[in-house]
Design a protein around this ligand. Sequence first.
Ligand SMILES: [Zn+2]
Length: 812
Amino acid sequence: MAISGLVLIDSLFIPLEKSLFEPERIASLRIFDKHGTLLREVLSSEEGRGRWCSLKEISPNVINAVIATEDSRFFHHPGVDPMALARATWQNIRARRVVSGGSTISMQVIRNIYHPLRGRRPERTFSQKLWEAWYALRLERMLSKEEVLLQYLNRVPFGNQTFGIDAAARLYFAKPGAQLSIAEAAFLAAIPNSPTMNDPYRHFNHVSERQRYVLSRMKEKGFISEEERERAEHEPLVILPRTAQFKAPHFTTMILSQLSKEEKLGYLEIHTTLDYNVQKTVELLSQSHLARLKRHNVGNGAVVVIDNRAHELVALVGSKDFFDSTSDGQVNGALALRQPGSTLKPFTYGLALENGATAADLLADIPREAGDESIDFLPENYDKKYHGPVRMRTALACSYNVPAVRTVEQFGEEVLLQKLHAAGFESLKEPSSFYGVGLTLGNGEVTLLELCNAYSSLANGGEWSSIRFVDSVKGIGGFKVQGSRFGVCPKGLLRRGSAFEMDSSQFTIPNVFSPQVAYILTDILSDAQARAPAFGVNSSLNLPFPCAAKTGTSKDYKDNWTVGYTPQYTVAVWVGNFNAKPMKMVSGITGAAPLFRDIMLLLHSSNTPALQFSKPEGITGANICPRSGMVVGESCPGEIHEYFIQGSEPKEVCNVHRKFRLDTRNGLLAARNTPQEFVEEKVFEIFPPIFNKWAEEEGIPKPPEVTVTSREQQEKVTVTSLAINSPTSGDVFKLDPILRPEYQTITVESLVAPEVEHVSLWLNGDEVAPLQPPYRFRLPLASLRKGYHTLVLKGKKGLRNVQSEPVQVAVQ
Ligand SMILES: [Zn+2]
């Protein structure tokens, strides 16, 4: 005890480190938009906006207000006020907890200098107090009373990340600290006691009440007369609206967060790519739409706008209200990791297009009972229905889940994950097995900024680029940095390039898609007709100009997205809640879409009308049967236009719409000798066998299978005289990695009527080989790509061409 006491007294004579009390270095850093509008000015390394002032530059009203309220015997005690401490101790004992600090101005200086989290109140414990008191004594051995006061006035927190009286005066009253009136000085002196509780923006009345207390203390201590007190109490105070303080708050904060402390001190100007005219309107639109969505439990939202051709960020809104800390306003929703719902589906279908599929291909929107037990996971559709055979265009435009998952099954989630990485989704950090095929339904987590830029690459013909935020930087000593030092880089979200020598080649990565694939995706996403079955004909996604768009909703309705593009701009909108609260009654089309629409309309005003998407070389159009996606046959009920990558147009005539001759007397198939007056021709839809169960459930009419050949004899004859006996539809073949490939085959066994000649086996519309009795053929498994394959036998019966029912098998 005696020794520690000696050490303590001894340390009283050890001076505190001098550098701690040096004025904060001031370097004004100004952030501009692309037109030179000042967005934000940062005045000290702590972002405190303030300037280190001398006592002469501070109104005596402030000094009086502070001394009267915080430490009335400041000029008479040695750093610790025994009377104040005694009173505080008595109050604390009575309350059985720390309710009163009894802290002197000197003790508060110590707290602000040493506590690592400036501005936040350290724990109010007795030992903390004792430590502060001891250091305050040491402080006063080093500095004069005036110097201690100066430290206090320049360092104390005034809320809203503001430190020092000058910064506070400029923030709340837009004037320097020297010009504060008695009323204003008392108002500001009311804040440091508890900067959060006394936040003028959130608790103005509370601060006013405390201001009256400060005024009464000033009167009591003789700093002002009763008349002055009364006049000050009635002086109307108007604080500057906080939005006037800095613009595009999430954007500028994002940029500042990229800077090191040295850069913050060394840079004078940052010229960004943001267009404040657009930003301002997007902020207003977001606020009004979020107000509309409040009754749906939607608490927040975020928007990103990218100029596609310049690869520049135009606007960024991170939350409903940056300045509202009660709703996590400072969280930047554009950088938050969220589940993207269906918005990743275009990348799945782009992969399929890349691998030979076409937008006309029939995909299976059917439950998995229908003969493909091999598929582990099949989700429900949004409308909880199955739509049977759907063309890829419809499947994507209507955002059906089942065909998307079946499509991923064909090439596997690993391939999809690699494609998403190429599209800039660096947030998808887990191995593909973690996500599984649900990756296409958005079970991973991505950011709005990544999503926006990935779609921007579709607008740019499949070419991905990093997004620039900063145009140029000017620093102390006149240095200037031009170009893309900041932005979303290929490796890592928001990671900066390696200092100044970064060259643009670092951004060169293989294209996400070819211009042809990107064009077909764009054409589907901007096809109002194609999405009508799911979204109606007059949805918010239909704009008066060409605009590709996709919506998404995460499972449990926690996130709702709309993202889309014109040739000029990509807009991504997220609405939801930062906490896990689900939304109520919000669909892709009612949540984010109306805001998306309004922003698109704003961006393409009469001054900047939207352009048409330009069609690249290597795209051909063709008319197809809308049900089968094949070449229109004479029995097809209509036709629809579709785009194809040159060479991938369908070559086979529709085999879904088939004409049958019926005997009107009994409804059975007519025979060759049925009198012409009783023969009726009727078209039936016959889909590949995988759809049999679905067709049955849907009640799709089937042609009769029995032919009446003559009055004397009724003979059962099959529709054709050719059939594949093995394999059967729905069979799944897996390539065994251990077995030698030449031993792995699919054996095709055929049933052929004796009168049929010239039998041949066809695979996916191409002839494989002519067949001889016993009509057996071994198809090498290794020659088949993963996915579905259709086998058909063709032959001649007399002069007539005949063919078997197709058999569809899957290869994995
Ligand atoms: Zn047809």
